[in-house]
Design a protein around this ligand. Structure first.
Ligand SMILES: C[S@@+](CC[C@H](N)C(=O)[O-])C[C@H]1O[C@@H](n2cnc3c(N)ncnc32)[C@H](O)[C@@H]1O
Length: 229
């Protein structure tokens, strides 16, 4: 099975338990990391934001709480069960958010139409990262910004602890929480195989971004890349 289809199927399987597992696995730290992303977006004062690989909309809801009501926010994901959770929550909380099906390999978004593009924990799952990053560059207007919140490679002294957490603790605890041991074994592997902050910056420049800035968090285990087109 192609990686894209396998990832889609995997998130369909854990959709209902995903948000809860995230909070527990990051010991709540993911909320602070997400808030940094949201603050960076608010500072840019965009008219529209596309939140890619939005999942159940964690980032989109946080953006909605912070950005002015006239800012248009649309979440895109290729996994319908994740989107459905976001749609139900938006309806329940009476929040103005739109969720659409969209594969980051070929997005249903016009060229150079987005002021800001956000993507949290999505790039790591791309079937073809070069193609996905080019697609992000295509939809971003000239002068616009892409913000990527993603796991990264930690400082050298922290690597043994990180390795044990990602390869052993995380798959077991997450497996117990979600009932899907396979999904979180994949998570560990995908984190370990992902480039470091500098590597992702180089890939973003190759994809067409002029300027890339990085903010590292938790000894480099998580990074926020800001790429300006
Ligand atoms: C780890 S979740 C992150 C969800 C959300 N951004 C968050 O911060 O909670 C990754 C999401 O990326 C989506 N995804 C992975 N590859 C994708 C692709 N090529 N196109 C669209 N969505 C994708 C998955 O379906 C899943 O919902």
């Amino acid at each position: 099975m192609a990686l894209g289809s396998a990832v889609n199927q995997m998130f369909s399987g854990i959709a209902s338990r995903y948000d809860f597992a995230n909070r527990v696995l990051s010991l709540g730290l993911c909320v602070g990391w997400r808030n940094r992303l949201v603050k960076a977006v608010a500072d840019l004062k965009p008219h529209n934001v596309a939140d890619l690989a939005t999942g159940s909309g964690d980032v989109a809801f946080a953006l909605r709480r912070t950005l002015p009501p006239e800012t248009e926010i649309t979440g895109y994901d290729f996994c319908e069960p994740m989107l459905e959770i976001g749609r139900r929550r938006a309806q329940h909380e009476n929040v103005a958010l739109t969720f659409k099906v969209g594969d980051c390999m070929q997005l249903p978004i016009a060229t150079e139409s987005c002021d800001v593009v956000t993507i949290a924990y999505g790039v790591r799952n791309f079937e073809n990262r070069a193609q996905g990053l080019s697609e992000l560059a295509r939809i971003t207007r000239s002068g616009g910004t892409v913000l990527i919140l993603e796991f990264s490679q930690p400082q050298i002294w922290f690597r043994p602890f990180h390795f044990i957490h990602v390869r052993l603790v995380l798959p077991i605890v997450a497996g117990l929480l979600t009932g899907d041991f396979g999904a979180y074994k994949y998570l560990g592997t995908s984190i370990a195989d992902f480039p470091n902050a500098e590597g992702l910056s180089d890939e973003l420049k190759k994809a067409g971004f002029a300027e890339v800035r990085v903010e590292s968090m938790l000894f480099g285990t998580v990074a926020l890349h800001r790429a300006r087109k």
